[in-house]
Write a protein that binds this ligand. Structure first.
Ligand SMILES: C[S@@+](CC[C@H](N)C(=O)[O-])C[C@H]1O[C@@H](n2cnc3c(N)ncnc32)[C@H](O)[C@@H]1O
Length: 291
């Protein structure tokens, strides 16, 4: 089949399902992945023949896109903080807001001249831990997740990006009873960062089909009556495992900024700061552990 015919069929099949700009963006990403051709190369090679095997790959992608599967899962990779990350349905697709959290932690870390340690809680694809390990070579980075499958991907991503991160399987909600806590009883971190699950069930109605149907519920949702459950548990953990004057960073639910400030100020944290993301939503908080 000619590339032009393949492209025309791709647009026709998806036109009912997505706006044209999105279809164009999907076709460019898939061409780069399956044909190793960038957008302008496609335009220059419209009459090039495409093998049956490659055509099949596009047909399969069309089927998956019709089911609203995210393009990142179809391609199997995404970019975060300028780095490549493998993603599967066991890992959340890293979001641009989280890059801003990484930037904030990096800005604080660059002032540290001595060696220091960072723990990322709920690492998923490993995007936060790996980006921080890359941007802060004098940091020892640890990362935990309850999901075995996510940790396998996170380890692959650490190798892909050539950084050392110590990954640990742990249910943070049960940290006091986990063997990890005993093993690392005396470990104290300079920085703890987390983007935990924070979407309430009541917010599901605002979410798009690709997130609802395909991204892992374990990574996203909390119960409506306990929206801060992860933050409260992580703050307790941080009280035990942060050094004095150590810093805690959270990505948060945009609707719970005020609650988060009140909660941290009422806990063992001072100098609490709330920041907005590029979309103007309350998205990140930080606090310093009191001595
Ligand atoms: C919102 S995702 C964040 C993933 C990644 N850090 C990011 O920013 O894209 C939350 C992560 O927390 C993990 N998680 C959920 N419950 C957990 C628990 N009880 N203990 C540890 N990790 C948990 C999920 O598996 C998921 O990877």
């Amino acid at each position: 089949m000619l590339l032009k015919t393949l492209r025309d069929q791709f647009y026709t099949e998806l036109t009912e399902h997505y706006p044209e700009t999105e279809i164009q963006s999907f076709f460019n990403l898939l061409s780069e992945c399956f044909l190793k051709m960038k957008g302008h190369e496609v335009s220059l090679n419209l009459y090039a023949p495409i093998s049956g095997k490659k055509t099949e790959k596009f047909e399969n992608a069309i089927k998956r896109l019709k089911k609203h599967e995210p393009i990142q899962y179809i391609i199997g990779t995404t970019e975060f903080y300028g780095l490549p990350f493998k993603v599967t349905e066991s890992t959340l697709i890293p979001r641009p807001e989280t890059e801003e959290l990484v930037q904030w932690v990096t800005d604080v870390s660059t002032s540290k001249t001595e060696n220091f340690s960072i723990l990322d809680i709920g690492t998923g694809s490993g995007c936060i831990a790996i980006s921080l390990a890359k941007s802060s070579p004098n940091a020892t980075v640890y990362a935990i997740d309850v999901s075995k499958k996510a940790l396998i991907i996170a380890k692959t991503n650490a190798k892909l990006n050539k950084v050392d991160v110590e990954f640990v399987e742990l249910d943070i909600l049960n940290w006091q009873n986990e063997p990890w806590n005993m093993e690392f009883e005396d470990v104290k971190f300079d920085i703890i960062v987390s983007n935990p699950p924070y979407v309430r069930q009541l917010e599901k109605a605002q979410m798009s089909a690709n997130v609802l149907r395909h991204e892992p519920g374990l990574a996203l949702y909390v119960e409506d009556d306990e929206p801060l459950v992860f933050y409260k548990t992580i703050a307790e953990f941080a009280t035990a495992h942060l050094k004095d004057q150590g810093q805690l960073f959270f990505e948060i639910n945009q609707y719970l900024g005020t609650e988060m400030i009140e909660f941290l100020e009422g806990s063992n944290f001072k100098d609490v700061v709330l920041k907005k993301d590029i979309f103007g939503n309350d998205r990140m908080v930080s606090g310093i552990k009191m001595s």
